[in-house]
Design a protein around this ligand. Structure first.
Ligand code: ZN
Length: 185
């Protein structure tokens, strides 16, 4: 089932997500729906707050990047109760977008390598190192479960310049190819 994507301005996007337990109601279907919603919107990742749930869960499919990075072929990730343990490596700047911020693309500087602890969909615990683009995508989704968005990393001047675009998201005037839940319509 395709779920509406919550847009910038929705309070749930600013909540720090809570850890969940294996008996979280409908977890299997929720994960399936999140992948379906993400693919429908042509996203690379989707976090639970983006569909209105303040919990520490996100999904990622790195396969769309496999032309550029062959190691990401068929690489799907479900991360539950994720906690980043270390961020190191170089600072790398690259343009990012977000399904909750349609039509906004800005350069974001992030560390090139992270070590993260998480549970997969079967609640098996993993500790894994990601680098390069995967590290970026994981950090972007991880921000969501901590109540952050990528525009929090841009300069005040850039933020001022995109104010009009942010306002059109807030007032529900933005056009998207996918279903959304805006603060005002
Ligand atoms: Zn996002």
């Amino acid at each position: 089932m395709i779920l509406p994507v919550y847009l910038y301005g929705q309070p749930v996007l600013r909540k720090v997500g809570e850890d969940i337990t294996p008996d979280y109601p409908g977890l299997e279907k929720l994960i399936k729906d999140m992948f379906e919603t993400m693919y429908h919107a042509d996203g690379v990742g989707l976090a639970a707050p983006q569909i209105g749930l303040p919990i520490r869960l996100f999904v990622i499919d790195l396969d769309v990047l496999s032309e550029e990075f062959p190691e990401y072929k068929d690489r799907q990730l479900v991360m539950i109760n994720a906690h980043i343990l270390d961020r190191d490596g170089e600072d790398v700047t690259r343009e990012e977008g977000c399904l909750s911020l349609p039509n906004i693309h800005e350069n974001v500087t992030r560390k090139n390598r992270i070590r993260i602890k998480y549970c997969d969909e079967k609640f098996v615990e993993h500790e894994e190192v990601f680098d390069g683009f995967a590290a970026r995508v994981v950090q972007h989704e991880y921000d969501h479960i901590d109540g952050k968005m990528f525009i929090d990393h841009i300069s005040l001047i850039r933020k001022q310049l995109i104010k009009g675009k942010l306002n059109s998201i807030l007032t529900g005037k933005v056009r998207t190819s996918y279903r959304v839940a805006a603060t005002r319509r």
